[in-house]
Design a protein around this ligand. Structure first.
Ligand code: AHR
Length: 347
């Protein structure tokens, strides 16, 4: 009898232990989360801090050209602001100091880090096939920003986001033809952008094609100023020492135009009056120069591309079909229109 009671007690104890074990198992199943079974009991599964969305961040590598112009600085700021202010993204930013080899290195490093998307502002048009193929083989989408690459390589990138540089060149020529008239005699100095850059090649082509039928319009000198103010000034200074009989300076960006303005003033001429000044970009400095009468026109080129890049990456991730070219909306500013727009210029 004593023995029976003892074994009954033992069985009861065993039963209680088994029940406790089952209950514990039930709890650990409901806590089988990304944090494993060690999740604190008071923290719900998969919870991210209030300012962070649940799940993995979208990692974007951006290979920037450098900081050669006010326009470039505005583009960099737009990218850093867009991705830096969105907790769903992580941005890896690289500044190539104007060197294609540095951009290629940056892209290879993004591939090694298995980023989710790559943004590239190609300093020149050619020489991207190998590295872009490597990105493609790794399954990483590449978005070209602001400048394009050699035609025929469209399968190596997802979308190009940016301006129509040929149209910008045509718009610059149109302003000049309207200003002087089709039959005028006009000597032009062209300050070209970085050699081999799509922005330089296309702005030159658009402008030169547009004046081709007007015999009086002559490009008397065309030289690179590398998209910088210092080189724009240097090229202009050197030319003015040989020849002052010019009516127009067409600069492929505003920074070079502003450099040329300084050189013209130092040579004792009045920029905006003696020599008409045409720039491209639409940076604040150009609007100020127009308001002061030292510059005549700026053809806008929008650098605030961060939001469009972000939307393209989100659309790509959502499996949406993307256009090959996501074009920027742009305008041409001169005279009173430029003066009125100055207070609201963002860059
Ligand atoms: O690719 C766009 C051009 O690059 C801008 O016109 C110029 O300012 C910049 O450096």
């Amino acid at each position: 009898m004593k023995r029976n009671r003892k074994s009954l007690l033992l069985s009861l104890l065993t039963l209680m232990m088994v029940a406790t074990l089952f209950a514990a198992c039930g709890n650990s199943n409901s806590g089988n989360t990304a944090e494993g079974n060690n999740a604190p009991a008071d923290k719900p599964a998969n919870t991210a801090p209030a300012d962070e969305p649940a799940g993995k961040k979208i990692v974007v590598g951006f290979a920037q050209i450098g900081a050669e112009s006010g326009w470039r600085d505005a583009e960099t700021a737009s990218i850093k602001d867009t991705f830096g202010n969105d907790p769903a993204f992580e941005l890896k930013f690289s500044d190539a100091q104007q060197k294609q080899e540095n951009q290629i290195k940056a892209i290879r490093s993004f591939i090694a880090q298995k980023v989710d998307a790559i943004g590239l502002a190609p300093v020149v048009e050619s020489g991207w096939e190998t590295v872009l193929k490597e990105a493609k083989d790794a399954g990483i989408p590449v978005f070209l920003l602001d400048r394009g690459i050699t035609a025929g390589n469209e399968d190596l990138y997802t979308s190009f986001i940016g301006s129509d540089f040929i149209l910008e060149g045509e718009n610059a020529a149109k302003w000049m033809l309207d200003e002087f008239g089709a039959d005028a005699q006009v000597n032009i100095v062209q300050l070209e952008g970085t050699v081999g850059a799509s922005a330089a090649n296309d702005r030159k082509k658009g402008f030169e094609d547009a004046i081709a039928g007007n015999a009086g319009y002559k490009i008397v000198y065309s030289q690179t100023g590398d998209f910088t103010r210092a080189k724009g000034k240097e090229v202009m200074e050197a030319y003015l020492k040989k020849d002052k009989n010019i009516q127009v300076v067409y600069a492929h960006n505003d920074d070079m135009a502003l450099g040329a303005i300084q050189a013209i003033e130092e040579a004792g001429l009045k920029p905006g009056t003696d020599i008409k000044i045409i720039g491209v970009d639409g940076v604040k400095g150009a609007f100020e120069a127009i308001a002061e009468g030292k510059m005549n026109v700026t053809v806008e080129c929008n650098p605030l591309l961060g939001p469009q890049l972000k939307q393209a990456i989100l659309d790509y991730q959502a499996g949406k079909e993307l256009p090959k070219w996501i074009k920027s909306e742009e305008d041409v500013y001169f005279g009173q229109k430029a003066i009125d727009a100055l207070p609201n210029r963002q860059y």
